[in-house]
Design a protein around this ligand. Sequence first.
Ligand code: F6P
Length: 536
Amino acid sequence: MTLLCHGLPAWEALQTHHREQMLSMDLRAAFAQDGARLASLSMQAPHVFADLSKNLWSAETERLLRDLARQSRVQEKRDAMLAGAAVNCTEERAAMHWMLRMPRDGGLLQHNAVRQAWAVAMEEALAEVHETRAAMLALAEQVRADDSITDIVNIGIGGSHLGPEVVVNALEDWVDTGKCFHFVSNVDGHELGHVLRKVRPHSTLFLVASKSFTTAETMLNARSARQWFLDQGGSEDPAAACSIDRHFVALTSNVQAAAEFGIRRTLGFWDWVGGRFSLWSSIGLPIAIAVGARQFQAMLDGAHAMDAHFFTATMDQNLPMRLGLLDVWYRDFWNFSSRCIAPYSHGLRRLTAYLQQLEMESNGKGVTRDGQPLAVKTAPVIWGEPGTNGQHAFFQMLHQGQDVIPVEFIALRDGGKYLGAHHQSLVVNAIAQAQALMVGRDGEGAEKYCPGNRPSTFLLLQQLDPAALGALIALYEHRIFVSGAVWDINSFDQWGVELGKQLARQLNARLESGDWNGVDASTLGLMQRLTATQAC
Ligand code: F6P
């Protein structure tokens, strides 16, 4: 049994440090006393500049957090992931999403320390990754060149939806096909129905995206789409002009299930790619169709630059490490239960939803990798909306509410197509909010009082291009790995989600059979209301 993190000497040292030095910390005073605070608590990582100086910590806090990382063997766990070990222990799988970004010559493998950790057998996996991607990019280019296809409908949920959706939205300025992209995830038929009203079978390509090819929502949506396609004149005959073969592609690691469903064109990937880490795999086909092979590659290269940084930079200059440790600091020593993510970018409007799955599904766990109950808190609630919209909704509570909620601002130096007044106003607002949270307001009456001293992190990208976006997403993946490693949890499984899926299956079956034996009274009451003849 491994020692739980709260039993480590560094944990106790951090508790003392928090109680004796940090509880009374005032950010305004910290800046006044230390002219070098901004420089020492900010850094440039690949494609991402991070200002960490407006956080409730100090150089001493970071030093103690690095001790905690060493004592909880974060670097060894990171290197085990890199060596292809089965770090997803409950499912006995490796977690090698970073390999999907690795150049054929190994890229970061050129670093000696990394080469030592790298298992030779992984060479084969890397070769397969490149072969599969070549097939995916070739298909993307073929679809891009095919003017008869005007609409791409991606049917998938969770990681098979959020990643492609966030990236296609974010890279709007880079989309150079005239095609329309639609994302259908919810089992609520309105979503699919809404899309189907806008498209025609002979000009639509359906992508059925599901790692497992068993997810109930995706399978039902895919079946309904298929039926609509046939009802509208499509054909099961592969020789027909408007055939399933030509208009449906499966993106899955369960090729057999896709074939049984009747889809023969399949792009695969591997069980070592977790669903929420899969946008870099065949699941990224809609992205590749939208921006083309070259820009898809640029996104992978940006992510790889962040991988190389994470796997090789020293802990004090390693941004995913610093952020992951900051997350533990806030969750467990300050007891902050949520983190607000505010991207000041319309392109990043779906980023928070994507990061919710990434962080909460990865680290929302209560036991260690060897099954010991944790006495400390793990994933915070991740929430937020793009700026400046959020300012006119929930920022009031961030400024004057009684809970302290760290905010993460994400902004762009270069606004792309919409420079000038719009972009200036956008970025200035982000900086002003970070400033307002810190400086607060006093002396104008109790109602207008804003306490200030509220923490925030500011991430700045040069522009929202494929490389920067790739780096940003990889930064979050690794940061989540770091906090998960300190807590010693398995960040790569999701058994809680499975419970809901299982119970929904059982309730559907009970509806069919009418057998309600053993169902709890509350659930039974709701089911009876659902099936009652009179309206509720
Ligand atoms: O929601 C749980 C989950 O298992 C996610 O981890 C995953 O991204 C999603 O369902 C979809 O799974 P699949 O790609 O297998 O359809």
